[in-house]
Design a protein around this ligand. Sequence first.
Ligand code: GAP
Length: 443
Amino acid sequence: MARTLDSVEMNKIVSLCKRRGFIFQSSEIYGGLASTYDYGPLGIEMKRNIRDSWWRRFIQDRDDMVGIESAILMHPQVWVASGHAGTFSDPLVECKSCHHRFRADHVSSKACPDCGGEFTEARNFNLMLKTFLGPVEDTASQTYLRPETAQGIFVNFQNVLTSTRKRLPFGIGQIGKSFRNEITTGNFTFRTREFEQMEIEFFVRPGTDEKWHQKWIDEFMQWFVDLGVRPNRLRLRPHSSEELSHYSKGTSDIEYSFAWGWGELMGIANRTDFDLKAHSENSGVRLDYFDDEIEDPEQKHYIPYVIEPALGVDRALLVFLFDAYDEEEIAGGDTRVVLHFHPSVAPIKVAVLPLSRNERLVPKAREVYDLVRSRFVTQYDDSQSIGRRYRRQDEIGTPLAVTVDFQTLDEDNAVTIRDRDTMEQIRVPIAELLDTLQERLKI
Ligand code: GAP
């Protein structure tokens, strides 16, 4: 349905997230830890929905994909081979007066935006977070919290190939935490130091890489649209040659139109054979592929090219929140805040609301609640007026509300289903309730 609001300011999203239990500042009772966030009861349901939708669509429903879960801590040589130890850095400038630090490419003037002071020369600042394994904190025990999940896939390429007997083209996906000591954070969960990624490394025969790059761009654009994101809020932006990561032949970002402008939602990169080649050279283990469909014996062994669709779970969740948020005028001059979530993304699918706490109504309402929760994530709410309870469910994006009233008990053994978006109500016999909910939610 058409949304009323064209764009929503960040402070409204942040305040709704805290008020309703989507996202909290981490360690808040100690004053918070900069740029780290905790997911509350509704936030974590939503995160699970995003992960589940990605996993089903891109791993389980495809014959050419498998999943893995690799460790966050990896051998330090991984980061030397991948290029992260040498080149995964941002240019940092520091103000000589207030000592605030900025990413050189994020400040437009030559003076400090906080106090007007002069900047130091830019120096490169490595973004990997260091840690030590074992009791001695020396260079021999130093390693890193991974800055991307991708490398856990590359180092397992041969393991997966041998154990699954997959043939090219095929891909490996994983979901997990990554860490970066970002210089500039902010915009809520848009750029944080700890975040979760959903990454795919899709291995292809060289020469077919550009075709697969485009296919994966189309796949992901469609996934966002299928999950309800407005297409006119999405765009594709190819990277300029100066912007490309050290490993990439070509990267396109899918961007979303946030209140502050277009921002990266995900990147889809053509990583060529950079990573497998680098790990092969550094480890001494052959990471090539034997292609029995190629006639020429000289060409049968090669290192596959890789297409990498890389997306942040937190970034996707923020986009779903921004895109769904609306404020609508309703009867009586009131305004309702509503999240028009796609049912697959919505943290709660159905609310069961008894008309009141009347002792005759409660047992029937609990019976309906038990029935509905057997199939859908459901919330039972019996406090305050029914109107206020509808508003509360609208604000957390619950697609359907089921109301149990005296007519249910005394007349028809039926309930009312109210639609979040149209606010229309229909009467349905309890015997048909689950099927009707299923039909309307389409999940
Ligand atoms: N393996 C490739 C890679 O990591 P990236 O563009 O640096 O590429 C991929 O990251 C995605 O991960 C981004 O498009 C974004 O969705 C998410 N992401 C990256 N850094 C992030 C951060 N600091 N906070 C939140 N999400 C982040």
